[in-house]
Design a protein around this ligand. Structure first.
Ligand SMILES: [Zn+2]
Length: 203
């Protein structure tokens, strides 16, 4: 697979895209302060997905940095972090889903990241239960001294970006999080741009 793909995923909705081994995936927070839930699957075996929990064990860290490899559910390197203008992402919090809004906020039918990521994966035959736990790009979930954590607004500015290199053929899904009830996206849900390219993007 080669070529150049660009898409803008509308804030609060979801989109999917493919990348071949060796290609670069650039994910850009267009307006700033927008978390984007992100998953990847092995395009040739959709039962293998990007795994935040296995990556945390591999890195011995809650966070990833440039040069790190993100692992699959079979402990195989799936993506390599090659650039990151912000350095603050979350790998601990599940995707928001219908019960997050109905149970925690009393709102039924709210758009949510789990369904946003699942919908564009349906044509691939992915069941909603097989959508991996996400990496939440640009999401700010600081861990404080006593081990407590939480979700607050991201510090990302317009144009901040993270770049991955695909280490296997992948299909990915992204959801610019529709959370507009509590902080997490600056209470203003906005779009995220994705660029898949054969060559490393300009810094
Ligand atoms: Zn969300």
């Amino acid at each position: 697979m080669s070529g150049h793909t660009e898409l803008v995923v509308k804030g609060g909705f979801g989109g999917s895209f493919e990348a071949g081994v060796g290609q670069y995936i650039t994910i850009i927070d267009l307006d700033g302060q927008q978390a984007g839930d992100f998953v990847a699957l092995n395009r040739h075996d959709l039962s293998e997905g990007l795994s935040a929990v296995r990556t945390r064990r591999h890195l011995l860290s809650l966070y990833f940095s440039v040069g790190d490899e993100l692992l699959s559910s079979r402990d195989r390197p799936m993506l390599k972090v090659v650039a990151d203008s912000i350095g603050i992402h979350d790998a601990t919090v599940p995707a928001c889903d219908p019960t997050r809004y109905s149970v925690d906020f009393g709102v039924d039918g709210h758009r949510n990241c789990l369904e946003n990521m699942h919908e564009p994966l349906i044509p691939y035959g992915v069941d909603i239960l097989d959508v991996p736990e996400p990496f939440n790009l640009f999401q700010n979930s600081p861990v404080v001294g006593d081990g407590r954590t939480g979700v607050v607004d991201p510090p990302s500015k317009a144009g901040d970006r993270v770049v991955f290199r695909a280490l296997m053929d992948v299909v990915c899904a992204l959801s610019p999080c529709p959370q507009d009830i509590i902080p997490g996206n600056g209470l203003a849900v906005s779009d995220i741009r994705v660029v898949v390219s054969d060559t490393a993007p300009e810094e």
